[in-house]
Ligand binder design. Sequence first.
Ligand code: GLN
Length: 387
Amino acid sequence: MISKRVQGFTESVIREMTRINNQHQGINLAQGMPNFSPPKELLDAAHSAIDGDFHQYAITWGTPRLRRAIADKYRKFYGMEIDPERNVTVCCGSTETMLATLLALLNPGDEVIIFEPFYENYGPGCIIAGAEPVWVPLEPPSFTFDPDRLRKAVSPRTRAIVFNSPNNPSGKVFSRAELQQIADLCLTHNLLAITDEIYEHIVYDGEEHIPIATLPGMAERTITISGISKSYSVTGWRIGYAIANPELSVGIRRAHDFITVGAPHPLQEAAVTALNFPDAYYVYLRESYQARRDLLFGKVEEAGFRAFKPAGAYYILTDVAHWLPEYGCANDHEFAMFLVKDIGVATVPGSSFYSTKELGRTKIRFCFPKTDDMLIEAGRRLQKLRR
Ligand code: GLN
């Protein structure tokens, strides 16, 4: 009875692991969401907004105050000149923003290049838009791409390149040189760059996040997607946005209008407070995530995982090829089930981040937006794997 379109969709593996974890009272290092509170000033702002007069629909593409705050923040951080009236569309989280963007800019039959491993929503997003994903691998251990392979993935039907930097799940942060290679291809073949930059403020070891829109010639052809979920620990608020040239923005606004009408008005109002946080907040954010990364990275290595150290975002991708035969597991899925049921730690099987499933069959993803006690307890449980 269900449509051909959704027949191919499976339950999100990330959310499935959260569900299974809840049945086993495990420690949830599967779905990437903080177990600590958002900043108090932000919560206060939300309380004030609820007490205020923000209960009816806001302007479909975002409240003027929020769009202004977004424009100011991009000028301050990246030197980008953004007109809040013409370049910004606020949606329900960056996930809806991505979907609205794909629906607005792709025609059935278009091809979209996506790097794998990828965040699981991009594939279904393209399918809903009738477009065809074409996959280019990011190769471990550094998750770089082969520029030739990328070039060869372009066909006369290619319309866009989608990527996520800092990257979920690999932790890769695209370097300026890599961004330039992508930009050159976009400029030569008249392609759009659609970038998910939701982890923009979570980078380690002095690494720098560079929006591809800041490279020469790219502002006109980039859709920069981000939101407040990860930077301010409010993944459930669902406030995201796209920055794009005025013509593309009109399309994104039209799609968004018919998907959700608008993001929650009081939370848009509160988000203004977050976007105006002083620089010290971002230093604190980076430092506290780097400490969590170091803590969990040490634990998973100690337990015997082969781990790739992330340069950004809040996940650690590991390889467990050496353990699969030992624990009688045929693949990543079975190993993740064993981890949650017998060890008491929920993770995400690596193949859910790959279209070419073999590339993820021995991989397991951990997330670490968690308090130290939880990461330490997870580490203690994982020690059981040492033989
Ligand atoms: N971005 C988070 C993750 O990758 C949560 C995603 C989700 O709920 N699907 O874990």
